[in-house]
Ligand binder design. Sequence first.
Ligand code: BG6
Length: 494
Amino acid sequence: MSVDDLATPCNFVIFGATGNLSANKLIPALYHLEVAGRLPKRMGFTAFARREWDQSQWTEYLKQVLQEKLGDYFDEGVFRSLSSRFNYVRGELHDPQSFAQLGQAIATAKTGPSGCSIYYLAIKPTEYAAVIRNLDQAGLNEPRGQQRIVVEKPFGEDIESALLLNEVLHKHFAEEQIYRIDHYLGKETVQNLLVFRFANTLIEPLWNRNFIDHVQITVAEEIGIEKRADYYDKAGALRDMLQNHLMQLLAVVAMEPPPAWEADALRDEKVKVLRSVRPIPRRAVHAHAFRAQYGPGFSRGVQVGGYQDELGIEKNSVTETFVSAKFYIDNWRWRGVPFYLRTGKRMAKQMSLIALRFKYPPQQLFRETPVEVIAPNWVLLSIQPAESMHMEIHVKKPGLEMDTRVLALNASYRKTHEVPLDAYETLLLDVIEGDRSLFIRFDEVEWAWRVVDPILKYWAQEREFIHTYPAGTWGPEEANRLFDSEDHEWRNEV
Ligand code: BG6
């Protein structure tokens, strides 16, 4: 369906329009969709935020955000057409009166009063429930079925609050209206992983415990917590990244082929994986999970403070900015294969990588030669900064000796003229077009919480101490204690 075939005009409301997520992801993504001509002609945007601004101050802010993000790519013409779609509404998330004003603004918007609305919650999770209730009470979920609500992660802060939040959502919105977003599912490599696995007969027969020794999933960031102290200090890396993005990646790596390429068929397979993750008993939390916090150090050669020096963070905070964990999936395909996950802020470099190490060949045929031991093969799927896929295999070094070297077969698939997009472009377009395939069903959220909940509960009681690592490094050595075998080590390079 072309976006201009949308039956009714549509209004897209961003709650938290002046916040971090909006500036870093949503606004740039909308700009790219405008450039690509993919925003429906009759779509208007409402920026809802607390700042005492008028329309011109909002427009000025929008320009500043885009100029900063896009640099030379910023185009005045595109900016003008995007900004002319926007309406600024000043309001409080907890105040029903503000929602009445929002209703009026939507009704008088160019997009017309009876169109569909999309509500995007780019706000702190603690404020979701108030907005959901206020939207309904202000009649902004009428007529039922035409409105959509996009809920960002983390969905709740533990299993109990996630269940409660879901209850509130379902009280006011039907499941078909709800888009639980995990933007990692919109990333190219993640989607390509499904193609790599299920469209290549070459790969799938090897993708199991008979051939794979272990799996590593790393999402390392160079940035610190930016200006998100208030949210981050309550969340920490486990809630901010591992429970959602990394667990989704694990599910996509480990899932069985779905019976059909349909949203629910895919989700069913992911849920089966998450349900099969071996529960971590209390006494085993230390053997399965490790946390740490960045101290002062260097990022890209520039001296930076530690987590506790960040504005708004207490000196005794034990919130983790790094987490590594080991999980087992107790099913026929994966039993006994460790899945090592790690993520952190202020790490040595920005790198998101899924790495699968294969087992050693059953016979070390070259023992008496300079080769001695053949190193195992790897499949490396890089999500960012560059999207790429590599398979490392051994070849003979040309020459008189029987010696080998590792050659990486490069299956990278982006052609040089193809512009990389962030995941949000894909996902925002899906919301506009009503496609929920890449969004999360509640049972996925629930089972992911069940996996990490014992770790959360255990850490909540250990409030005295946290390991630290210098900013700009790969995290503390102690994180390696999770490895099952002495020859396991993190892949820090593609
Ligand atoms: C968000 C987290 O979900 O993902 C942030 O809240 C993190 O803390 C971000 O920086 C990373 O996303 P990306 O797409 O830049 O890897």
